[in-house]
Ligand binder design. Structure first.
Ligand SMILES: Cc1cc2nc3c(=O)[nH]c(=O)nc-3n(C[C@H](O)[C@H](O)[C@H](O)COP(=O)(O)OP(=O)(O)OC[C@H]3O[C@@H](n4cnc5c(N)ncnc54)[C@H](O)[C@@H]3O)c2cc1C
Length: 365
C-alpha cells in the first residue's frame, strides 16, 4: 500500500534526504516537503553574505528544484501543528495532511528577550530579516547607527564582525557585542583571545557578563547594571525551539527539542523522525551546528527509506571531535579542534571550500 512521508522543514539534513530520494526513489510512496520559503541558506556562508563575500544566490539551496528532481511535492508554507497519535499535520495555509511517517528538520530560533513596543530588533535566524534591515539602513542617508549584537557564542561573534567588515568605511556605525557570559564560552580560552583580538581589529566593542533583561527603543536594560544605548538590536542568543514543537504530542528533551533515539526516531512515536538543531539524541550532547545536521542527513535518509520498506534501521554515529571554523569578518577564521586553536586566512579558505563543496552537491544545473 502507498505510504505517505511528510518532511517538515528544509534544513541541512532534509536537503540530503531529498538528494537520496532522487537517487533511490522508494516504490509506492507519496512524499511532500513543507518549508516557508523555496530555498534554504547554507548557514556557514551567512556571515560571508553579510560581509559581502558572497551574493545571496551563492549561499542558498533551491529546495523547490531538489523536490522536483526527487518527485517530492513542495508546499511553500510553515507547519502549524502535528498530531502524532492521529497522524495529522496542519499546515500554515489551513490544510490538513494525513501521513504514515513524518520527519522534522526545522532548526531552532534565538532565545527571546522581552521587547518594548517601538524597539528595532531583528533575530539572526531566520537571517532574511537581518539582511533586510541592513539593506534598509544602507538605502537611506543616515547619521550614526548603534548596533548591539546580543549573544555570547559563535553566531554573535560572526555577525558582529561581518557587519563591522561590511561597514568598515563608515565610522559613524558603531557595532558591539553584549554577552551574558564571557565571549565564546564553551570554547578553549585561546578561541576567546583570538575572537577578542579580531573584534579589536575591526572596532567591535565587547561587553561581557551583561545580561539583557529588556529591549527598549533606545536602550538595553541590563540586570544589575546601567542601561546601554541601542538603535538596532540583533538577537543572536542561545537557541530555543521553534514554536511548532510545542504544538506536537512528541516527547521533548529538557531544552524543548524533540527527544529521539540513536535511529533519530521520536522516543514516543517511532514513525516520526527528527534531525539537526530541533532534535536531541538520547545520551548525546550535540552542539547546535550545521555540521551535525549535515552529518545526520545520510542516516536519516536511510532510516526513512528503511521504515517505509519495513527494513532494519541503523543508528546515527556521532563524531564529537569535528573541526570548528568560526569566521572573523575579513576572510580569516578561527580553527579549533582537540583543544588546539589558531586563526588565519587559510582557515577561512578551508571553510569557504567546505561550504562551497556542500552547496555544490545540491546545486542542479
Ligand atoms: C549567523 C549564523 C552563522 C552560523 N554559522 C555557522 C557555521 O559557520 N557553522 C555551523 O556549523 N553552524 C553555524 N550556524 C548554526 C547553524 O545555522 C545551524 O546550526 C544550522 O542551520 C542548523 O541546521 P538545521 O538543519 O537544524 O536547520 P536550518 O538550516 O535552520 O533549517 C530549518 C528549516 O526549517 C524551516 N522551518 C522552521 N520552522 C518551520 C515550520 N514550522 N514549518 C516548516 N518549516 C519550518 C526553516 O525556515 C528552515 O528552512 C550559524 C548560525 C547563524 C545564525
Amino acid at each position: 500500500m502507498k505510504k505517505t512521508l511528510l518532511l517538515i522543514g528544509g534544513g541541512h539534513a532534509h536537503v540530503e534526504v531529498l538528494r537520496q530520494l532522487a537517487l533511490n526513489p522508494p516504490p509506492d510512496a507519496d512524499i511532500a516537503l513543507f518549508n516557508p520559503s523555496p530555498s534554504v541558506w547554507c548557514s556557514g556562508m551567512l556571515p560571508g553574505v553579510i560581509a559581502g563575500h558572497y551574493k545571496p544566490s551563492e549561499a542558498k539551496v533551491n529546495l523547490w528544484a531538489l523536490c522536483q528532481r526527487a518527485r517530492v511535492r513542495f508546499f511553500e508554507t510553515s507547519v502549524l501543528a502535528l498530531n502524532a497519535n492521529n497522524l495529522v499535520l496542519e499546515s500554515g495555509i489551513g490544510e490538513r495532511h494525513r501521513f504514515d511517517f513524518a520527519s522534522f528538520d526545522v532548526g531552532c530560533v534565538s532565545q527571546p528577550i522581552p521587547i518594548a513596543p517601538g524597539a528595532y530588533v531583528v533575530t539572526v535566524k531566520p537571517i532574511d530579516s537581518l539582511l533586510a534591515a541592513i539593506t534598509e539602513f544602507e538605502s537611506v542617508r543616515s547619521a550614526g547607527l548603534i548596533v548591539r549584537v546580543v549573544g555570547a557564542g559563535a553566531a554573535a561573534l560572526e555577525v558582529a564582525l561581518a557587519l563591522a567588515y561590511r561597514w568598515r568605511e563608515s565610522a559613524n556605525r558603531r557595532i558591539s557585542i553584549v554577552a551574558s557570559t564571557r565571549l565564546m564560552v564553551g570554547y578553549p580560552p585561546r578561541v576567546r583571545a583570538l575572537a577578542l583580538r579580531a573584534c579589536k581589529k575591526l572596532g567591535v566593542a565587547v561587553l561581557e557578563n551583561k545580561v539583557v533583561e529588556h529591549i527598549e527603543p533606545t536602550r538595553l536594560r541590563l540586570v544589575g547594571g546601567a542601561p546601554v544605548d541601542t538603535q538596532l538590536t540583533v538577537l543572536a542568543t542561545t537557541s530555543a525551539p521553534v514554536a511548532l514543537l510545542q504544538r506536537t504530542d512528541l516527547a521533548k528533551a529538557t531544552d524543548g527539542s524533540i527527544h529521539v533515539n540513536a535511529n533519530l526516531q521520536s522516543s514516543n512515536h517511532p514513525h516520526i523522525f527528527a534531525a539537526g538543531d530541533c532534535a536531541n539524541v538520547s545520551g548525546l550532547t550535540i552542539p547546535k551546528s550545521d555540521v551535525y545536521s549535515v552529518h545526520q542527513g545520510a542516516p536519516l535518509a536511510a532510516n526513512l527509506l528503511a521504515s517505509m520498506t519495513h527494513s532494519p534501521l541503523a543508528p546515527y554515529r556521532h563524531s564529537p571531535n569535528v573541526l570548528k571554523l568560526v569566521s572573523l569578518g575579513d576572510k580569516r577564521a578561527i580553527a579549533t579542534k582537540y583543544g588546539f586553536s589558531t586563526a588565519g586566512g587559510w582557515a577561512w579558505r578551508w571553510k569557504d571550500s567546505t561550504d562551497r563543496t556542500w552547496i555544490n552537491r545540491y546545486t542542479l544545473d
